[in-house]
Design a protein around this ligand. Structure first.
Ligand SMILES: Cc1cc2nc3c(=O)[nH]c(=O)nc-3n(C[C@H](O)[C@H](O)[C@H](O)COP(=O)(O)OP(=O)(O)OC[C@H]3O[C@@H](n4cnc5c(N)ncnc54)[C@H](O)[C@@H]3O)c2cc1C
Length: 426
Protein backbone atom coordinates (compact mmCIF):
# COMPACT_ATOMS: atom_id res chain seq x y z
CA UNK A 1 0.00 0.00 0.00
CA UNK A 2 1.20 3.48 -0.80
CA UNK A 3 0.90 6.37 1.62
CA UNK A 4 -1.37 8.87 -0.11
CA UNK A 5 -0.72 11.63 2.41
CA UNK A 6 0.63 14.51 0.38
CA UNK A 7 3.95 16.01 1.48
CA UNK A 8 3.70 18.34 -1.47
CA UNK A 9 0.73 20.26 -2.81
CA UNK A 10 2.22 20.57 -6.26
CA UNK A 11 4.47 18.35 -8.36
CA UNK A 12 5.98 19.90 -11.45
CA UNK A 13 7.52 17.65 -14.11
CA UNK A 14 10.44 19.44 -15.78
CA UNK A 15 12.84 22.03 -14.36
CA UNK A 16 13.13 24.17 -17.46
CA UNK A 17 12.01 27.76 -17.92
CA UNK A 18 8.27 27.19 -17.39
CA UNK A 19 8.63 24.60 -14.60
CA UNK A 20 11.07 26.64 -12.50
CA UNK A 21 9.05 29.81 -12.92
CA UNK A 22 5.79 28.09 -11.96
CA UNK A 23 7.58 26.55 -8.95
CA UNK A 24 8.87 29.84 -7.58
CA UNK A 25 5.52 31.61 -7.97
CA UNK A 26 3.53 28.72 -6.47
CA UNK A 27 6.08 28.50 -3.65
CA UNK A 28 5.65 32.20 -2.97
CA UNK A 29 1.90 31.52 -2.60
CA UNK A 30 2.75 29.08 0.19
CA UNK A 31 2.32 25.92 -1.85
CA UNK A 32 4.71 23.06 -1.11
CA UNK A 33 6.34 22.33 -4.43
CA UNK A 34 8.41 19.39 -5.70
CA UNK A 35 10.04 19.65 -9.14
CA UNK A 36 11.18 16.43 -10.83
CA UNK A 37 13.76 16.82 -13.59
CA UNK A 38 15.05 14.10 -15.89
CA UNK A 39 18.45 15.64 -16.65
CA UNK A 40 21.45 15.89 -14.34
CA UNK A 41 21.12 19.70 -14.42
CA UNK A 42 18.19 22.09 -14.49
CA UNK A 43 17.51 24.79 -17.08
CA UNK A 44 19.85 23.50 -19.80
CA UNK A 45 18.01 25.36 -22.59
CA UNK A 46 18.17 28.60 -20.63
CA UNK A 47 21.95 28.25 -20.41
CA UNK A 48 22.31 27.58 -24.16
CA UNK A 49 19.81 30.20 -25.25
CA UNK A 50 20.56 33.39 -27.13
CA UNK A 51 24.12 32.26 -27.85
CA UNK A 52 24.74 31.97 -24.08
CA UNK A 53 23.19 35.38 -23.33
CA UNK A 54 19.50 34.31 -23.09
CA UNK A 55 17.07 36.50 -25.02
CA UNK A 56 14.75 36.36 -22.00
CA UNK A 57 11.92 38.56 -23.29
CA UNK A 58 11.07 41.35 -25.71
CA UNK A 59 9.88 44.94 -25.23
CA UNK A 60 7.10 44.34 -27.77
CA UNK A 61 5.06 41.25 -26.91
CA UNK A 62 1.82 40.84 -28.85
CA UNK A 63 -0.40 37.80 -29.40
CA UNK A 64 0.53 37.87 -33.11
CA UNK A 65 4.08 36.91 -32.08
CA UNK A 66 2.75 33.46 -31.15
CA UNK A 67 1.70 30.60 -33.41
CA UNK A 68 -1.13 28.35 -32.24
CA UNK A 69 -4.19 26.67 -33.70
CA UNK A 70 -6.08 29.04 -31.39
CA UNK A 71 -4.41 32.45 -31.87
CA UNK A 72 -6.37 33.88 -28.90
CA UNK A 73 -5.19 31.30 -26.37
CA UNK A 74 -2.00 33.09 -25.30
CA UNK A 75 -3.66 36.47 -24.66
CA UNK A 76 -4.85 35.89 -21.10
CA UNK A 77 -1.54 34.57 -19.74
CA UNK A 78 0.52 37.17 -21.59
CA UNK A 79 -1.51 39.95 -20.04
CA UNK A 80 -1.55 38.34 -16.58
CA UNK A 81 2.26 38.24 -16.48
CA UNK A 82 3.92 40.62 -18.93
CA UNK A 83 7.44 41.30 -20.17
CA UNK A 84 7.50 44.28 -17.76
CA UNK A 85 6.84 41.97 -14.82
CA UNK A 86 9.71 39.70 -15.79
CA UNK A 87 11.97 42.68 -16.42
CA UNK A 88 11.18 43.98 -12.93
CA UNK A 89 12.39 40.66 -11.49
CA UNK A 90 15.56 40.80 -13.62
CA UNK A 91 16.21 44.34 -12.36
CA UNK A 92 15.52 43.37 -8.74
CA UNK A 93 18.28 40.79 -9.09
CA UNK A 94 20.65 43.38 -10.52
CA UNK A 95 21.13 41.47 -13.79
CA UNK A 96 22.70 43.59 -16.53
CA UNK A 97 20.77 43.39 -19.79
CA UNK A 98 20.75 45.09 -23.18
CA UNK A 99 18.25 45.74 -25.95
CA UNK A 100 19.15 44.43 -29.38
CA UNK A 101 17.27 44.71 -32.69
CA UNK A 102 13.46 44.50 -32.63
CA UNK A 103 13.19 45.04 -28.85
CA UNK A 104 14.96 41.78 -27.96
CA UNK A 105 16.36 41.76 -24.41
CA UNK A 106 19.52 39.78 -23.67
CA UNK A 107 21.72 39.34 -20.60
CA UNK A 108 24.89 41.40 -20.93
CA UNK A 109 26.89 38.90 -18.97
CA UNK A 110 25.53 35.36 -19.23
CA UNK A 111 22.35 33.29 -19.48
CA UNK A 112 23.52 31.74 -16.21
CA UNK A 113 22.33 34.96 -14.51
CA UNK A 114 18.72 34.16 -15.42
CA UNK A 115 18.99 30.57 -14.21
CA UNK A 116 20.66 31.71 -10.98
CA UNK A 117 17.81 34.18 -10.44
CA UNK A 118 15.16 31.47 -10.90
CA UNK A 119 16.99 29.08 -8.56
CA UNK A 120 17.50 31.79 -5.95
CA UNK A 121 13.76 32.57 -5.99
CA UNK A 122 12.95 28.84 -5.75
CA UNK A 123 15.26 28.45 -2.78
CA UNK A 124 13.71 31.44 -0.97
CA UNK A 125 10.32 29.71 -0.98
CA UNK A 126 11.61 26.19 -0.24
CA UNK A 127 10.91 24.57 -3.58
CA UNK A 128 12.40 21.06 -3.66
CA UNK A 129 14.14 20.20 -6.93
CA UNK A 130 15.21 16.63 -7.70
CA UNK A 131 17.36 15.97 -10.78
CA UNK A 132 18.10 12.71 -12.64
CA UNK A 133 14.52 11.53 -12.11
CA UNK A 134 13.05 9.04 -14.53
CA UNK A 135 9.28 9.26 -14.38
CA UNK A 136 7.80 5.74 -14.23
CA UNK A 137 4.09 6.49 -13.98
CA UNK A 138 1.50 9.16 -13.37
CA UNK A 139 -1.90 8.07 -12.13
CA UNK A 140 -5.06 9.93 -11.36
CA UNK A 141 -6.26 8.86 -7.91
CA UNK A 142 -9.15 11.30 -7.53
CA UNK A 143 -12.51 9.55 -7.68
CA UNK A 144 -13.87 10.95 -10.94
CA UNK A 145 -17.37 11.63 -9.63
CA UNK A 146 -16.04 13.51 -6.59
CA UNK A 147 -13.24 15.43 -8.26
CA UNK A 148 -14.60 18.84 -7.31
CA UNK A 149 -15.61 17.97 -3.77
CA UNK A 150 -13.34 19.08 -0.93
CA UNK A 151 -14.20 16.01 1.18
CA UNK A 152 -13.07 13.80 -1.65
CA UNK A 153 -9.59 15.18 -1.22
CA UNK A 154 -9.33 13.95 2.40
CA UNK A 155 -8.24 10.50 3.45
CA UNK A 156 -9.84 8.67 6.36
CA UNK A 157 -7.44 10.25 8.85
CA UNK A 158 -8.31 13.72 7.59
CA UNK A 159 -4.90 14.30 5.98
CA UNK A 160 -4.96 15.92 2.56
CA UNK A 161 -5.19 13.25 -0.09
CA UNK A 162 -3.87 13.72 -3.58
CA UNK A 163 -5.42 13.72 -6.96
CA UNK A 164 -2.34 12.32 -8.68
CA UNK A 165 0.32 9.81 -7.78
CA UNK A 166 3.70 10.11 -9.50
CA UNK A 167 6.27 7.31 -9.45
CA UNK A 168 9.92 7.74 -10.44
CA UNK A 169 13.42 6.42 -9.96
CA UNK A 170 16.28 8.75 -9.22
CA UNK A 171 20.00 8.63 -9.74
CA UNK A 172 22.46 6.64 -11.79
CA UNK A 173 23.55 3.06 -11.43
CA UNK A 174 23.29 2.93 -7.61
CA UNK A 175 20.11 2.90 -5.56
CA UNK A 176 17.23 3.02 -8.03
CA UNK A 177 14.26 2.27 -5.81
CA UNK A 178 10.93 3.49 -7.09
CA UNK A 179 9.73 6.55 -5.19
CA UNK A 180 6.13 7.77 -5.02
CA UNK A 181 4.52 11.07 -4.19
CA UNK A 182 0.95 12.22 -4.33
CA UNK A 183 -0.14 15.77 -5.00
CA UNK A 184 -3.20 17.90 -5.45
CA UNK A 185 -1.86 19.64 -8.55
CA UNK A 186 0.34 18.15 -11.21
CA UNK A 187 2.01 20.52 -13.67
CA UNK A 188 3.46 19.16 -16.90
CA UNK A 189 6.38 21.38 -17.93
CA UNK A 190 8.49 18.85 -19.80
CA UNK A 191 8.97 21.05 -22.86
CA UNK A 192 8.97 19.70 -26.37
CA UNK A 193 10.96 17.64 -28.86
CA UNK A 194 13.61 20.14 -29.95
CA UNK A 195 17.24 19.30 -29.25
CA UNK A 196 17.12 15.98 -27.36
CA UNK A 197 20.55 16.65 -25.82
CA UNK A 198 19.09 19.72 -24.07
CA UNK A 199 16.12 17.82 -22.63
CA UNK A 200 13.81 17.53 -25.63
CA UNK A 201 11.30 14.82 -24.76
CA UNK A 202 7.89 13.42 -25.60
CA UNK A 203 6.73 12.74 -22.02
CA UNK A 204 4.28 15.66 -22.05
CA UNK A 205 2.56 14.33 -25.16
CA UNK A 206 2.46 10.79 -23.77
CA UNK A 207 0.81 12.06 -20.59
CA UNK A 208 -1.65 14.12 -22.64
CA UNK A 209 -2.56 10.96 -24.57
CA UNK A 210 -2.88 9.01 -21.31
CA UNK A 211 -5.42 11.59 -20.12
CA UNK A 212 -7.20 11.51 -23.53
CA UNK A 213 -6.24 15.08 -24.43
CA UNK A 214 -6.00 15.93 -28.12
CA UNK A 215 -2.63 16.76 -29.69
CA UNK A 216 -1.84 19.07 -32.59
CA UNK A 217 0.70 17.55 -34.97
CA UNK A 218 4.27 18.48 -34.02
CA UNK A 219 6.97 19.79 -36.36
CA UNK A 220 10.25 21.60 -35.99
CA UNK A 221 10.12 25.41 -35.87
CA UNK A 222 12.77 28.18 -35.81
CA UNK A 223 15.01 25.87 -37.79
CA UNK A 224 17.35 26.16 -40.84
CA UNK A 225 16.35 24.91 -44.32
CA UNK A 226 18.18 22.30 -46.39
CA UNK A 227 18.13 21.66 -50.16
CA UNK A 228 18.60 18.61 -52.34
CA UNK A 229 18.65 20.37 -55.75
CA UNK A 230 21.28 22.69 -57.30
CA UNK A 231 20.76 25.07 -54.38
CA UNK A 232 22.62 22.62 -52.14
CA UNK A 233 25.98 23.17 -53.86
CA UNK A 234 25.26 26.89 -54.33
CA UNK A 235 24.76 27.21 -50.55
CA UNK A 236 27.94 25.24 -49.91
CA UNK A 237 29.91 27.63 -52.14
CA UNK A 238 28.37 30.68 -50.42
CA UNK A 239 28.72 29.25 -46.90
CA UNK A 240 29.37 32.12 -44.48
CA UNK A 241 27.85 34.85 -46.70
CA UNK A 242 25.12 36.86 -44.92
CA UNK A 243 22.81 39.64 -46.06
CA UNK A 244 19.55 41.29 -45.08
CA UNK A 245 16.58 40.03 -47.10
CA UNK A 246 12.81 39.82 -46.92
CA UNK A 247 11.44 36.28 -46.96
CA UNK A 248 7.79 35.40 -47.61
CA UNK A 249 5.93 32.11 -47.23
CA UNK A 250 2.22 31.36 -46.80
CA UNK A 251 1.33 35.04 -46.50
CA UNK A 252 3.88 35.76 -43.75
CA UNK A 253 6.96 37.96 -44.30
CA UNK A 254 10.05 38.78 -42.23
CA UNK A 255 12.98 41.09 -42.97
CA UNK A 256 16.25 40.17 -41.26
CA UNK A 257 19.58 38.49 -41.98
CA UNK A 258 19.92 35.35 -44.09
CA UNK A 259 23.03 33.21 -43.74
CA UNK A 260 24.20 30.64 -46.31
CA UNK A 261 25.56 27.50 -44.64
CA UNK A 262 27.17 24.36 -45.98
CA UNK A 263 23.82 22.59 -45.46
CA UNK A 264 21.44 25.27 -46.81
CA UNK A 265 20.17 28.59 -45.47
CA UNK A 266 19.83 29.83 -41.92
CA UNK A 267 19.95 33.12 -40.01
CA UNK A 268 17.14 34.85 -38.11
CA UNK A 269 14.95 35.49 -41.17
CA UNK A 270 15.01 31.82 -42.14
CA UNK A 271 14.34 30.61 -38.59
CA UNK A 272 11.32 32.94 -38.43
CA UNK A 273 9.81 31.87 -41.75
CA UNK A 274 10.49 28.17 -41.10
CA UNK A 275 7.67 28.20 -38.54
CA UNK A 276 5.23 29.01 -41.38
CA UNK A 277 6.69 26.54 -43.90
CA UNK A 278 5.29 23.11 -44.73
CA UNK A 279 7.07 20.45 -46.82
CA UNK A 280 6.64 21.20 -50.51
CA UNK A 281 6.16 24.96 -50.01
CA UNK A 282 8.22 27.55 -51.87
CA UNK A 283 9.74 30.51 -50.06
CA UNK A 284 10.23 33.80 -51.86
CA UNK A 285 13.38 35.80 -51.08
CA UNK A 286 13.64 39.51 -51.87
CA UNK A 287 17.38 40.17 -52.03
CA UNK A 288 16.90 43.95 -52.18
CA UNK A 289 14.10 44.62 -49.66
CA UNK A 290 14.99 48.30 -49.25
CA UNK A 291 14.77 49.07 -52.98
CA UNK A 292 12.31 49.06 -55.85
CA UNK A 293 14.70 46.86 -57.83
CA UNK A 294 13.10 47.40 -61.26
CA UNK A 295 13.16 51.17 -60.83
CA UNK A 296 16.74 51.07 -59.56
CA UNK A 297 17.98 48.98 -62.52
CA UNK A 298 16.18 51.19 -65.07
CA UNK A 299 17.42 54.44 -63.46
CA UNK A 300 20.96 53.02 -63.30
CA UNK A 301 20.80 52.06 -66.99
CA UNK A 302 20.27 55.74 -67.76
CA UNK A 303 22.93 57.20 -65.46
CA UNK A 304 25.57 54.42 -65.34
CA UNK A 305 24.90 52.67 -68.66
CA UNK A 306 28.52 51.71 -69.27
CA UNK A 307 28.89 49.42 -66.23
CA UNK A 308 28.12 45.71 -66.06
CA UNK A 309 25.01 44.47 -64.32
CA UNK A 310 27.10 42.56 -61.77
CA UNK A 311 29.11 45.70 -60.96
CA UNK A 312 25.89 47.56 -60.24
CA UNK A 313 24.54 44.76 -58.03
CA UNK A 314 27.80 44.73 -56.04
CA UNK A 315 26.67 48.08 -54.60
CA UNK A 316 24.04 46.25 -52.55
CA UNK A 317 24.83 42.52 -52.63
CA UNK A 318 27.90 40.42 -51.69
CA UNK A 319 30.18 39.75 -54.70
CA UNK A 320 30.14 35.98 -54.29
CA UNK A 321 26.34 35.95 -54.34
CA UNK A 322 26.17 38.17 -57.44
CA UNK A 323 28.55 35.78 -59.23
CA UNK A 324 26.16 32.88 -58.49
CA UNK A 325 23.10 34.89 -59.55
CA UNK A 326 24.80 35.84 -62.81
CA UNK A 327 25.41 32.15 -63.59
CA UNK A 328 21.77 31.41 -62.85
CA UNK A 329 20.00 34.34 -64.48
CA UNK A 330 22.06 36.21 -67.11
CA UNK A 331 25.03 33.94 -68.03
CA UNK A 332 24.88 34.90 -71.72
CA UNK A 333 24.80 38.62 -70.88
CA UNK A 334 27.57 38.58 -68.27
CA UNK A 335 29.85 40.95 -70.21
CA UNK A 336 27.07 43.12 -71.62
CA UNK A 337 26.92 46.80 -70.55
CA UNK A 338 23.82 47.86 -68.62
CA UNK A 339 22.85 50.22 -71.47
CA UNK A 340 22.66 47.22 -73.83
CA UNK A 341 20.02 45.43 -71.74
CA UNK A 342 16.44 46.05 -72.87
CA UNK A 343 14.15 47.58 -70.23
CA UNK A 344 12.10 44.40 -70.40
CA UNK A 345 15.14 42.22 -69.66
CA UNK A 346 16.10 44.43 -66.70
CA UNK A 347 12.55 44.16 -65.35
CA UNK A 348 12.84 40.37 -65.60
CA UNK A 349 16.14 40.37 -63.67
CA UNK A 350 14.62 42.72 -61.08
CA UNK A 351 11.70 40.30 -60.73
CA UNK A 352 14.10 37.43 -60.02
CA UNK A 353 16.17 39.45 -57.55
CA UNK A 354 13.12 40.62 -55.63
CA UNK A 355 11.36 37.24 -55.65
CA UNK A 356 13.91 34.41 -55.74
CA UNK A 357 11.75 31.30 -55.40
CA UNK A 358 13.41 28.56 -53.40
CA UNK A 359 12.05 25.12 -52.56
CA UNK A 360 13.69 23.69 -49.43
CA UNK A 361 13.77 19.90 -49.38
CA UNK A 362 13.45 19.80 -45.58
CA UNK A 363 14.33 21.59 -42.38
CA UNK A 364 17.25 20.46 -40.22
CA UNK A 365 14.60 18.98 -37.89
CA UNK A 366 14.52 18.67 -34.11
CA UNK A 367 18.30 18.27 -33.95
CA UNK A 368 18.74 22.04 -34.32
CA UNK A 369 15.20 23.48 -34.06
CA UNK A 370 14.75 26.10 -31.35
CA UNK A 371 11.10 25.15 -30.87
CA UNK A 372 8.50 22.50 -31.58
CA UNK A 373 5.33 23.73 -33.25
CA UNK A 374 2.07 22.01 -32.30
CA UNK A 375 1.67 20.08 -29.06
CA UNK A 376 -1.11 19.70 -26.51
CA UNK A 377 -4.26 21.13 -28.08
CA UNK A 378 -5.23 24.30 -26.23
CA UNK A 379 -8.90 23.44 -26.81
CA UNK A 380 -8.56 21.09 -23.82
CA UNK A 381 -6.91 23.72 -21.55
CA UNK A 382 -8.19 26.81 -19.77
CA UNK A 383 -6.37 29.87 -21.14
CA UNK A 384 -6.77 31.54 -17.72
CA UNK A 385 -5.39 28.76 -15.51
CA UNK A 386 -3.58 26.31 -17.88
CA UNK A 387 -5.64 23.55 -16.20
CA UNK A 388 -7.21 20.77 -18.26
CA UNK A 389 -10.94 21.28 -18.46
CA UNK A 390 -11.56 17.54 -18.07
CA UNK A 391 -9.03 16.81 -15.28
CA UNK A 392 -9.05 18.97 -12.20
CA UNK A 393 -5.55 19.60 -10.89
CA UNK A 394 -3.73 18.72 -14.14
CA UNK A 395 -1.89 21.65 -15.76
CA UNK A 396 0.23 22.04 -18.92
CA UNK A 397 2.60 25.00 -19.32
CA UNK A 398 5.37 26.16 -21.65
CA UNK A 399 6.37 24.67 -24.95
CA UNK A 400 4.53 21.35 -24.49
CA UNK A 401 1.38 23.29 -25.39
CA UNK A 402 0.41 24.20 -28.93
CA UNK A 403 1.83 27.72 -28.52
CA UNK A 404 5.15 28.70 -30.12
CA UNK A 405 6.69 32.13 -30.23
CA UNK A 406 8.56 33.93 -32.95
CA UNK A 407 12.31 34.32 -32.55
CA UNK A 408 13.09 37.22 -30.21
CA UNK A 409 12.49 36.21 -26.58
CA UNK A 410 8.84 35.28 -27.10
CA UNK A 411 9.27 31.62 -26.20
CA UNK A 412 10.71 32.43 -22.80
CA UNK A 413 8.00 35.02 -22.24
CA UNK A 414 5.45 32.28 -22.94
CA UNK A 415 7.22 30.02 -20.42
CA UNK A 416 7.13 32.78 -17.76
CA UNK A 417 3.52 33.84 -18.49
CA UNK A 418 2.01 30.36 -18.72
CA UNK A 419 4.01 29.22 -15.66
CA UNK A 420 2.82 32.23 -13.69
CA UNK A 421 -0.82 31.71 -14.67
CA UNK A 422 -0.83 28.07 -13.59
CA UNK A 423 0.97 28.99 -10.35
CA UNK A 424 -1.97 31.18 -9.30
CA UNK A 425 -4.29 28.16 -9.25
CA UNK A 426 -2.22 25.08 -8.34
C1 LIG B 1 19.44 26.40 -28.67
C2 LIG B 1 18.19 27.10 -28.22
C3 LIG B 1 18.22 28.47 -27.99
C4 LIG B 1 17.06 29.15 -27.61
N1 LIG B 1 17.12 30.48 -27.37
C5 LIG B 1 16.00 31.14 -26.97
C6 LIG B 1 16.07 32.53 -26.63
O1 LIG B 1 17.14 33.15 -26.62
N2 LIG B 1 14.89 33.14 -26.29
C7 LIG B 1 13.70 32.46 -26.23
O2 LIG B 1 12.67 33.06 -25.90
N3 LIG B 1 13.63 31.14 -26.48
C8 LIG B 1 14.76 30.47 -26.84
N4 LIG B 1 14.69 29.12 -27.09
C9 LIG B 1 13.41 28.43 -26.86
C10 LIG B 1 13.24 28.19 -25.34
O3 LIG B 1 14.43 27.63 -24.82
C11 LIG B 1 12.07 27.24 -25.06
O4 LIG B 1 10.92 27.67 -25.73
C12 LIG B 1 11.80 27.19 -23.55
O5 LIG B 1 12.94 26.70 -22.88
C13 LIG B 1 10.60 26.32 -23.26
O6 LIG B 1 10.46 26.23 -21.87
P1 LIG B 1 9.84 24.91 -21.21
O7 LIG B 1 10.03 25.04 -19.77
O8 LIG B 1 8.49 24.66 -21.77
O9 LIG B 1 10.76 23.74 -21.77
P2 LIG B 1 12.30 23.47 -21.41
O10 LIG B 1 12.98 24.72 -21.06
O11 LIG B 1 12.82 22.65 -22.55
O12 LIG B 1 12.24 22.59 -20.11
C14 LIG B 1 11.70 21.30 -20.07
C15 LIG B 1 12.40 20.55 -18.96
O13 LIG B 1 11.75 19.31 -18.77
C16 LIG B 1 12.72 18.32 -18.64
N5 LIG B 1 12.15 17.03 -19.03
C17 LIG B 1 11.91 16.58 -20.27
N6 LIG B 1 11.42 15.34 -20.23
C18 LIG B 1 11.34 15.00 -18.93
C19 LIG B 1 10.93 13.84 -18.26
N7 LIG B 1 10.57 12.74 -18.93
N8 LIG B 1 10.97 13.82 -16.91
C20 LIG B 1 11.38 14.92 -16.20
N9 LIG B 1 11.82 16.04 -16.80
C21 LIG B 1 11.79 16.08 -18.15
C22 LIG B 1 13.85 18.77 -19.54
O14 LIG B 1 15.08 18.13 -19.22
C23 LIG B 1 13.85 20.25 -19.27
O15 LIG B 1 14.66 20.59 -18.19
C24 LIG B 1 15.84 28.42 -27.46
C25 LIG B 1 15.81 27.05 -27.70
C26 LIG B 1 16.96 26.39 -28.05
C27 LIG B 1 16.90 24.91 -28.28
Amino acid sequence: MHDDTAQYDVIILGAGAAGLFCALVAGARGRRVLVLEKANKVGKKILMSGGGRCNFTNYFVEPHNFISTNPHFSKSALSRYTQWDFLAMVERHGIDYEERKHGQLFCKNSAADILAMLLCECEKVDVTIATRCEIRSVESIAPAAEENSVTAQRGTAGAPRGRFRVAWVQGGAGDRRIQHQVCQSLVIATGALSIPTLGGSSLGYELATQFSLPLIERRAGLVPFMFSDGMKSLCERLSGVALEVEVTCNGQSFTENLLFTHRGISGPVILQISSYWYPGDMVSVNLLPALDSAQWLLDSKRVQGSILLRTLLHQHLPKALVAELQTLWWPGDAERRLADFSDQRLREVAGLVSAWHLKPSATEGYRTAEVTLGGVDTAAISSRTMECSAHKGLYFIGEVLDVSGHLGGYNFQWAWSSGYSAAQFV
